[in-house]
Design a protein around this ligand. Structure first.
Ligand code: GLP
Length: 253
């Protein structure tokens, strides 16, 4: 199902794999349409299937990343790039090592930065110097966070250093040996940085995300649900599988 709803697009596919194909096609479409395109990329379990598709598409000669620049949303702090739970490691392992992107064109906030404020400002500058983000891929945390922008009393503007919520530490602990190992802080693009992307694609899959998907896409726009601000973006597509969309389908059809 594909539906124009208010000023955004909602695409609902049967399952995780078909959702991943839609997302990969959108990303490949941008890369093929614009030489030197700038992608904003995300981590988490959700985009892994789309990354697998992109790897296969590149192997089949259907997409070429040699002129692409990309910026990831966020990184834990402190965390070494060599730590297999760092987002830097994740991106190499799940995408960069398997496609023809120039490693010099892949950017992720430095999880070992000593001066976190300087690192945040430098990251903003790098994005601006690249001409801004053409297409930003997003997942969503179960509390509605995007990047690591946790529910708050206000929307953050630029890349910033944040304390992770207990619920996020708990949710992400599944990837670490124990919850104690999850870093308590992170560097993340701000809501303003994300919102400045010319196009946004948010991927949401699985029944566990059904309530937050409904709140983010059809609920009140509030910094308590950071992803809800996307409803105001001029070019946003929400791509969901049927499980994640189960509360949304009856409300839009
Ligand atoms: C992390 C990331 C987010 C991601 C979220 C959901 O907290 N910072 O960018 O969207 O996890 O992850 P998952 O896709 O594994 O549910």
């Amino acid at each position: 199902m594909e539906k124009k709803y208010k000023n955004f697009k909602i695409v609902i596919k049967e399952n995780y794999d078909s959702t991943s194909i839609v997302v990969a096609d959108i990303i490949a479409g941008l890369v093929n349409a614009k030489s030197g395109g700038v992608l904003g990329l995300a981590t988490g379990g959700t985009p892994v299937g789309a990354y697998k598709q992109l790897i296969a598409m590149q192997a089949a000669g259907k997409v070429d990343f040699s002129h692409v620049t990309c910026f990831n949303l966020d990184e834990y702090h402190p965390i070494a790039a060599s730590n297999s739970q760092s987002y830097k490691y994740f991106m190499k392992d799940n995408l960069f090592n398997h496609i023809n992107i120039n490693p010099a064109n892949t950017h992720i906030p430095d999880g070992m930065a000593e001066d976190v404020q300087a690192e945040c400002a430098a990251y903003e500058q790098k994005i601006a110097a690249a001409g801004g983000i053409d297409l930003q891929l997003l997942g969503i945390g179960s509390n509605g966070h995007i990047g690591f922008n946790e529910p708050a009393s206000a929307f953050s503007r630029e890349t910033n250093y944040i304390a992770l919520e207990a619920s996020t530490i708990e949710a992400n602990a599944r990837y670490f040996n124990s919850p104690d190992e999850v870093p308590k802080h992170a560097l993340t693009m701000g809501i303003g940085t994300i919102f400045a992307a010319r196009r946004i694609v948010m991927m949401i899959t699985g029944a566990a995300k059904a309530n937050i998907a409904e709140a983010a896409i059809l609920g009140y726009i509030s910094p308590q649900v950071p992803a809800s601000i996307l409803q105001l973006h001029p070019d946003v597509t929400f791509v969901l599988d049927a499980d994640a969309a189960k509360n949304i389908i009856p409300r839009i059809t």
